[in-house]
Ligand binder design. Structure first.
Ligand SMILES: [Zn+2]
Length: 199
């Protein structure tokens, strides 16, 4: 090998070595140079994120058994802040100051998210709670009931069977003929009078 080529060869080998050492130092070894508590903390964060992903896949969050109606961004555009909070984050609106608690018109209440029929005004009754209350859904299969143990209570959550929107809760202290009280949030509903006009 000519001396000129030898110098070139050695230079390339040296450059490769320096580059490799730099890369390992920056992206590999640096992790282990941090203190163990930091590394543990990172692991906990990753674990927490994974748990949340699993949780959202199990929930009514457009996944699992429910059809995705719209993306979260589209829903935020379509719904008011309160409608989004109630239907997507299982919120509860204030009693006596919501849209339908005192509505006595004849008509149908639809899911505000997907438009599925939910409750007929013929089944609405005065519960005194300040929320629209019904003794049964228009069809049993149009709502789905789920166990809710949040807020230190044991309740039965009611969601739209088509899109999974949170609607409210059902209690067993309702009037005849069912003895049930579907306590709904107005913000989860869209009422159309029998003559077809939105209210
Ligand atoms: Zn729905």
């Amino acid at each position: 090998m000519k001396p000129k080529n030898l110098i070139l060869f050695v230079s390339i080998i040296l450059s490769a070595f320096v580059f490799t050492a730099f890369a390992v130092k920056s992206f590999g070894w640096s992790l282990f140079e941090q203190n163990p508590a930091q590394i543990k903390n990172m692991a906990v964060k990753v674990n927490f994120k994974q748990k949340n992903i699993i949780k959202s896949a199990d929930s009514t969050d457009f996944c699992g058994e429910f059809k995705p109606v719209m993306s979260k961004e589209e829903l935020k555009d379509k719904l008011s802040d309160e409608q989004f909070k109630v239907t997507q984050e299982k919120g509860t609106e204030r009693p006596f100051s919501n849209k339908y608690w005192d509505n006595h018109d004849k008509g149908m209440y639809y899911c505000v998210v997907c438009g599925q029929e939910l409750f007929n005004s013929d089944t609405k009754f005065e519960s005194g709670t300040g929320w629209p209350s019904f003794f049964k859904p228009v069809k049993d299969e149009n709502v789905k009931e789920e166990e809710d143990v949040t807020l230190g209570m044991h309740r039965t959550e009611v969601v739209c069977s088509n899109c999974g929107a949170h609607l409210g809760h059902v209690f067993d202290d309702g009037p005849n003929p069912t003895g049930l009280r579907y306590c709904m949030n107005s913000a989860a509903l869209n009422f159309k009078k029998t003559d077809g006009v939105d209210k």
